[in-house]
Design a protein around this ligand. Structure first.
Ligand SMILES: N[C@@H](CCC(=O)N[C@@H](CS)C(=O)NCC(=O)O)C(=O)O
Length: 368
């Protein structure tokens, strides 16, 4: 293996894979981008790494890591330059919160659009498999496409009631686009002139929405500046901006995202955590959106903004809430006072408070 380079193994349609690549590019960390060839890399190095999800990153020392959020945080320890974590502890927490929302919520409308209408299923399956499979006769290619479509739609069905959830999920997608459009009126990124982990999280899901036919049509029609923001964030290695002044008012887009998080995402996470507690045997799905071992065990329903959501309890998402609570708990001093006011104003404070004894039950946030 080439000395001192990271090796990032991911898939062409995987938001978390493009997320990690954008991180390595912005941070100017030398790396090779690798799409292992074969149907979802059912054999070979990726399979042997044993992570059961993508992306998988091999470090220059040979170790394999998975799970984008802890990988990003671990890279921060190894490489202090060009951090994705704002200097100000309050902004740093908000960036983490927005990243989490993007990873665990925005992915839901993205996947629903992708595997719903015929034009989306047909295009998305073919273009993703084209990346995984390389050269191959058309008949053989078509057979694999059919298998892939079937797999993806079945997995989505196992995650919740798609028909019931669709109105809520699809209402939040244009809301995110509108938030970024609003943010772009004053700042290039969420927390100033350089991207944060929150920008990168939004980029990941929107990178797919910009390509997938139905989601892309909405973005191209209603949010052209966001469309280009997404293209640019794919490679931000040339960006040299500064963090915003944390004493200044929050950007309009950040504020809109926090409202959505307070009204929809955090109540969803709280309901999920309660459902996980009620089913202690639930497997840890690792946050892998397209692989839920749980099936229909632990289905729960919750009303969000008066709209119904029926989902399968997910241990990884319960951990996400725990990690956010710990991160908030760690913010002290004047930044905490400022942060509390912001979170309260957006309905995010209560859901993020640790219960007595809860901290000891939260697993460490580290690459898998
Ligand atoms: N929390 C993980 C999520 C990764 C994830 O869900 N990856 C998907 C592809 S985008 C996956 O590997 N799914 C497993 C599968 O399709 O078998 C991360 O942030 O890296």
């Amino acid at each position: 293996m080439t000395a001192a380079r990271y090796r990032l193994m991911g898939g062409p349609g995987s938001p978390y894979s493009l997320k990690m690549r954008a991180v390595l590019r912005y941070r100017r960390l030398p790396h090779n981008w690798i799409v292992p060839q074969g149907y979802l890399a059912e054999s070979g190095e990726l399979k042997d790494a044993g992570k059961r999800m993508i992306p998988v990153m091999q470090l220059p020392d040979g170790r394999y890591w998975a799970d984008s959020t802890p990988m990003i945080l671990a890279l921060e320890q190894l490489h202090p330059e060009r951090s994705l974590l704002p200097d100000d502890p309050a902004d740093r927490f908000l960036a983490r919160l927005i990243e989490d929302f993007a990873d665990e919520w925005l992915v839901l409308p993205m996947f629903d659009y992708r595997w719903d209408a015929e034009q989306d299923q047909a295009f998305c399956s073919r273009r993703q498999m084209a990346g995984w499979l390389g050269a191959m006769p058309a008949a053989q290619f078509d057979g694999i496409i059919a298998r892939f479509r079937d797999r993806q739609t079945k997995v989505l069905a196992s995650m919740g009631d798609r028909e019931v959830n669709r109105p809520l999920l699809r209402a939040t997608y244009p809301e995110v686009l509108a938030a970024i459009e609003a943010q772009l009126e004053s700042e290039r990124y969420l927390f100033g002139g350089r991207p944060s982990i929150g920008d990168i999280g939004l980029f990941a899901q929107l990178s797919q929405c910009a390509i997938d036919p139905s989601a892309s049509a909405i973005m191209r029609r209603d949010a052209v500046r966001t469309f280009q923001w997404v293209q640019d964030l794919d490679d931000a290695s040339g960006i040299e901006g500064a963090w915003r002044d944390p004493a200044a008012p929050l950007g309009a887009g950040v504020s809109a995202l926090l409202t959505l998080i307070g009204e929809v995402y955090l109540p969803f996470l709280v309901a999920n955590a309660a459902a996980v507690q009620a089913h202690p045997a639930l497997a840890d799905g690792g946050g892998a959106v397209s692989r839920t071992a749980e099936g229909a065990v632990g289905r729960f329903s919750v009303q969000l903004r008066g709209l119904p959501m029926v989902a399968t309890a997910n241990r990884y998402k319960a951990n996400c809430l725990g990690w956010l609570k710990l991160a908030l708990d760690a913010v002290q001093g004047p930044a905490r006072t400022r942060l509390e006011a912001i979170l309260r104003a957006h309905g995010c404070w209560e859901a993020l408070q640790l219960a007595p004894g809860e901290a000891a039950t939260i697993p460490p946030l580290q690459p898998r």
